[in-house]
Design a protein around this ligand. Structure first.
Ligand code: C5P
Length: 234
């Protein structure tokens, strides 16, 4: 295995012998509030690798192109090499988190429409909220690419909402990242896990996601394990 090509807050990326493929390793490290709060959630790397593998396999089956090739072992997955689009896409089915705070709407409010946001993926500036015109002006993506990203995001939301609903989980909000292949095709990249989604138990409203870490609610690992087990993992 070659040296780490890129290290993020929760993952490491290694180049493989095949230039079109990378190995992504999921770490136990957890950060919140743009890295201000740091910790470890024991077993998180393995759980999130499994959860992301299950969800990306589901999305591929439903016709969404993703970077995911296969899970190799407990912590690692093989993925297609992409250039990450430096925009984070957030979908909100229910108001929570930063939106609840920013505009003063009570967490848990159901809006009449689905909300899509984009943020500039840059830790130095705290991933600020931007709009399409900013993204194009900054050279982060073209309008065509953004349209593709929004189309894919809407489909992914419908697939995931229904899937989680069947498992007794409300998909409150989540974040997606996209990549460009060598041929310039936009595909889904990064991960989908309790680190990147808000997931509430449908019956009890219990939070089964990273808010347990952000808000010091305890039983973080138990919540992540609960999601994996409902998804049919170990
Ligand atoms: O914090 P905020 O309410 O904007 O987050 C919305 C959703 O996006 C949450 O599910 C959160 O976990 C996810 N998110 C993320 N990475 C970020 C920002 C938000 O996974 N950098």
């Amino acid at each position: 295995m070659s040296a780490v090509m890129y290290e993020g807050k929760a993952k490491q990326v290694f180049q493989t012998e095949n230039e079109n493929e990378v190995l992504i390793r999921y770490k136990d490290d957890a950060t919140a509030f743009n890295g201000e709060k740091k910790g470890q959630i024991i077993g998180k790397g393995e759980i999130n690798n499994s959860i992301t593998s299950i969800l990306f396999t589901l999305l591929e089956e439903k016709g969404i192109k993703t970077h995911f090739i296969k899970k190799i072992n407990e912590r690692d997955q093989l993925c297609r090499s992409v250039e990450i689009v430096m925009v984070e896409v957030i979908v909100r089915n229910i108001i929570a988190g930063s939106m609840a705070k920013r505009v003063g709407i009570e967490e848990g409010t159901v809006p009449p429409n689905t909300i899509f946001e984009i943020c500039y993926k840059n830790d130095d500036f705290g991933d600020p909220l931007i709009n399409d015109h900013h993204a194009v002006a900054m050279g982060l993506a073209t309008y065509d690419e953004l349209n593709t990203i929004y189309d894919m995001t809407a489909k992914i939301n419908e697939i995931m909402k229904a899937f989680f609903d069947d498992l007794g989980i409300t998909l409150v909000d989540f974040k997606l990242e996209f990549g460009r292949t060598k041929d310039g095709e936009i595909i889904l990249a990064d991960e989908i896990s309790p680190d990147t989604c808000r997931l509430w138990d449908k019956k009890t409203g219990e939070k089964l996601d990273k808010d347990r870490f952000r808000r010091d609610l305890g039983n973080i690992e138990g919540a992540y394990k609960e999601i994996l087990s409902r998804l049919g993992g170990k």
